[in-house]
Write a protein that binds this ligand. Structure first.
Ligand SMILES: [Cu+2]
Length: 194
């Protein structure tokens, strides 16, 4: 019994000593090089990520479908709805259809079309979604088609990116991020070079 305790105590002491010895001053000798290399590695990963982000300019794809620049507008406090916009290109040889989606900051998402009749602007829900003919580019932009975010859970703040998803009949579901532009932003033509 006593022997066991002594042995344990000895082990504890030798471990403490060993720890002390093996703790060099943080950045010296070979360790210093490793630390520096690790820092450079971390830095270059960050730099690379930034380059990739700016080069791809915020687009997403799934199957034959490419989705460019999903965006929405900042909302005033108390707003219950907002609209999302995107450019969709169908590179496939078969038609597809945008049939739905989800938005982290709203309860529901619908696909709508803005129309003008009798001098009045109206919105109607597109029950069969937005058609994407093969080889065509469709702009979901202010004044026409839009993705309607209903029952907003919170105001949308300029500069934030809000995750969501888009559902295509053929290509499936893809995760996207909607960039929040300024309130009243007129859209791609004025605000975004691409
Ligand atoms: Cu609408």
């Amino acid at each position: 019994m006593t022997k066991t305790i002594h042995q344990t105590a000895f082990l504890a002491v030798s471990c403490a000593a060993c720890d002390k010895q093996s703790q060099p001053s943080p950045i010296n000798g070979p360790n210093r090089q490793i630390v520096i290399a690790a820092r450079y590695a971390a830095l270059s990963v960050v730099t690379l990520a930034m380059l990739v982000c700016s080069a791809s300019a915020h687009d997403f794809s799934i199957g034959d479908i490419n989705i460019d620049h999903p965006w929405t507008r900042a909302t005033p406090g108390g707003a219950r709805v907002a609209s999302g916009y995107i450019t969709i290109e169908n590179f496939g040889s078969k038609p597809d259809r945008l049939i739905g989606g989800a938005f982290e900051a709203s309860e529901r998402v619908e696909l709508h079309e803005m129309t003008v009749s009798d001098g009045l602007m109206r919105m109607r829900a597109l029950s069969t979604g937005i058609e994407l003919p093969a080889g065509r580019r469709i702009e979901v932009k202010p004044g026409g088609y839009h993705i309607m975010f209903l029952e907003l859970r919170r105001p949308l703040k300029q500069g934030e990116k809000i995750s969501g998803s888009l559902v295509f009949e053929r290509a499936g579901t893809v995760a996207v991020e909607f960039q929040v532009d300024a309130m009243g932003s007129p859209g791609v033509e004025a605000g975004h070079p691409h």
